[in-house]
Design a binder for this molecule. Sequence first.
Ligand code: 13P
Ligand code: SF4
Length: 307
Amino acid sequence: MNTTRTVQDEILRLKKEHDIRILAHAYQSQEILEIADDVGDSYGLSLKAQTAEQHTILLCGVRFMAETVKILSPDKKVLLSHPQAGCPMAEQISVNELAALKEAYKGYTVAAYINTTSELKTLCDVCVTSSSAVKIIRSLENKNILFVPDCNLGAWVAKQVPEKNIQLVKGGCPAHASIRAAQAKQALALHPGAKLLVHPECLPEVSSLADYAGSTTGIMDYAKNSTAAAFIIGTENSIIEHLQFACPDKQFYPLSPECICSNMKLTTLMDVLHCVQGTAGEEIVLPDTVMEQARRCIDTMLTLGAS
Ligand code: 13P
Ligand code: SF4
């Protein structure tokens, strides 16, 4: 009979045998993180995608992440762990809608959250992630920025970079944007002394109550390095379990029990096993023109993010 451990051991054996690197987003389950070569936020995974030596990369996460890996490693075989794992935010603005927005905001630099399709990225000047957005937007020459599609992340950036004129559009993550400020106030009252850590995809009125707002990796690093004993976590709730493993002596409370990304939850450990066995997963194939054009804004992100 299979157990978690025997399945993990078989994955570790097969990924070595078939020269596969496993990249897992921090929202994946603990049992998947344990067999991954790299775990991180969207920015961290992009960096790993550039330097991976293996012939095949298996991305455990959602589609836009696997597409980013493919664009950065066009000669490699890139697999998405579950074909239905997409980020709903990535579909919120179509290419035609963005083309119309560009007409309306001529002369603006178009900054796209990395949670977008590759097609949309072909129309953008620069990509950003939650961990790199402030630095990148601040370093742009143009004062006028059109920021798509997450208006909550965009508002969080705008607050920290007041010298820029940032035009936001309506869009965002359904899971994070469902959290209300009243929930944050209630949680803080219930757990006095606990630090409130949130992802900037939360509403501005939630982020403004937080002790720290940042990427999934940023939240985990803050909790690990803090001397505080308790934390209220305002992001996908898988992060709570990971933090409980990493910091068994600290307390972690969900800001909202509903902050669950059903797409991130689609991939199971058995899916990963079937992917390394070669019977599951979707190979990412993108038209050459899309890869070339979308790469420009991803490369700009990596250049500005590193400088
Ligand atoms: P990070 O880049 O912070 O990992 O965020 C990705 C994401 O989709 C959060 O919902
Ligand atoms: Fe997309 Fe939200 Fe899921 Fe992140 S948590 S992948 S933004 S739906």
